[in-house]
Design a protein around this ligand. Structure first.
Ligand SMILES: Nc1ncnc2c1ncn2[C@@H]1O[C@H](COP(=O)(O)OP(=O)(O)OP(=O)(O)O)[C@@H](O)[C@H]1O
Ligand SMILES: [Mg+2]
Length: 402
């Protein structure tokens, strides 16, 4: 099976791009499923096919679509654990409705769309699966969860154990209901599924993540961060799509001319930011993108005549190596020692400004959370590889004093 995941900021075009990819795959003969976890009925809107719901619905030959309802999925697979967690909180006198809200871990709805993938893979019914994710990669964090829980004694302290621990902090002496056999059982099942899911998503032969952004700073930075996080999790990222670019023919008034010029600059920035990924530029069409015909044209714009199931890039543009008390980070960048550039750190990112013949290009390097308490000690460029060394703030001081 091949799994292609689209991620990016709200409204950039993830859903339409997922649908376009799925149509092209189906036309090429892959038995394809497109899955969306968007709220409301976005797949129905995009395909202009009514009533796409939580059971696969045929769209064209070889293509089925499914809209995940997180509430339905949750009551199918997670209700035992959830009601146990809620019982812990309501034992503390918290209103039951509120207890359920609290018991819901952040990102849970996304997690259920990912778990659906595990189910599809297990049933081996499809050759290709396209997943339209709601927000940028938050749920990816859960992929490390089974390992974490496993390492502290999977059988004894799972999710429920952890939660009763949390509840104890709030009120140490009161009674916590003990997890029943059912709870422990469904918990272990969930952990096994997360394990399997983690293997699928990290398998570079199966899974590829693609970034969708628009020609604006906000969505490019957002996608760049998703790019970095995916690399942290060692997930393959093979393409960035810059969608909704105003074509130069839109020039006619100064108002549009400004936009066209601004967006062209952002497209340049995107190329440098997503280097060395291939960057596909897609224009803003003269009408809202929907319906099978338009979606097919959109697929043509992105993939030309190539197969969307290919891997368009397979390198590792960000690598992280902790060495003792330091963190080493290597980033592939679109410039070399010969270029005129400067690096500045603003909190959780580095900004690199490169002066080129066509003006200044800005490249953002998002930093992992692990670098937050660390100081950038060295930055060295070897050809196209930027090597960054982070160390604890006071290590250098101590060295100086000695
Ligand atoms: N290149 C384009 N030209 C014209 N309209 C487009 C283009 N790309 C997307 N659209 C339109 O933009 C809107 C948002 O697209 P879409 O729903 O795919 O974005 P999304 O990233 O899935 O949004 P959300 O984050 O809300 O899920 C839709 O109305 C879609 O038809
Ligand atoms: Mg969407």
């Amino acid at each position: 099976m091949r799994l292609i995941i689209y991620t990016g900021k709200g409204g950039t075009g993830k859903t339409v791009t997922s649908c376009s990819t799925a149509i092209r795959l189906a036309r090429l003969g892959y038995n394809t499923l497109v899955v969306s976890a968007d709220p409301a009925h976005t797949l129905s809107d995009a395909f202009m096919v009514p009533n796409i719901g939580s059971e696969p619905k045929q769209i064209i030959n070889n293509l089925q679509a499914l809209q995940i309802d997180p509430v339905v999925e949750m009551s199918k697979q997670y209700s035992t654990i959830l009601s146990y967690m809620a019982s812990i909180f309501s034992a503390k006198g918290i209103d039951e409705t509120l207890a359920y809200e609290i018991a819901m871990l952040p990102g849970t709805t996304q997690l259920f769309s990912l778990l659906k993938i595990e189910e599809v893979e297990r049933n081996k019914t499809f050759d290709a699966l396209v997943l339209d994710m709601p927000a940028s990669g938050e749920a990816m964090r859960y992929l490390y969860f089974p390992k974490l829980v496993g390492s502290i004694g999977r059988k004894l302290t799972g999710l429920a154990g952890m939660f009763s621990g949390v509840a104890k902090i709030f009120q140490p002496l009161s009674k916590i209901p003990a997890p029943t056999k059912d709870v422990l059982q469904s918990e272990l099942q969930l952990l096994d599924r997360l394990d399997a899911l983690s293997d699928i998503v990290k398998n570079r032969n199966i899974t590829t993540l693609r970034l969708v952004a628009n020609p604006d700073i906000f969505s490019i930075e957002n996608a760049k961060r998703a790019f970095m996080s995916a690399c942290l999790y060692e997930i393959n990222v093979d393409m960035a799509i810059i969608n909704k670019i105003m074509p130069p023919t839109a020039v006619g008034s100064e108002y549009y001319a400004n936009w066209v010029q601004y967006q062209q600059q952002k497209v340049q920035d995107a190329k440098s930011n997503f280097y060395p990924l291939p960057v596909k530029e897609v224009q803003l069409y003269n009408t809202e993108l929907r319906g099978i015909d338009m979606l097919e044209r959109h697929a043509q714009m992105i993939f030309g005549d190539s197969d969307p199931a290919s891997r368009f890039y397979n390198g590792k543009p960000f690598t992280f190596t902790p060495e003792g008390r330091t963190l080493h980070m290597a980033v592939t960048v679109p410039f070399t020692e010969k270029d005129d550039f400067d690096i500045e750190r603003y909190g959780d990112r580095l900004t690199i400004k490169v002066k080129s013949a066509t003006g200044t290009v800005v490249s953002i390097v998002p930093l992992p959370i692990a670098a937050a308490g660390l100081k950038l000690a060295k930055a060295k460029l070897n050809d196209h590889e930027l090597n960054l060394l982070f160390e604890r703030e006071n290590d250098r001081e101590k060295e100086k004093q000695m």
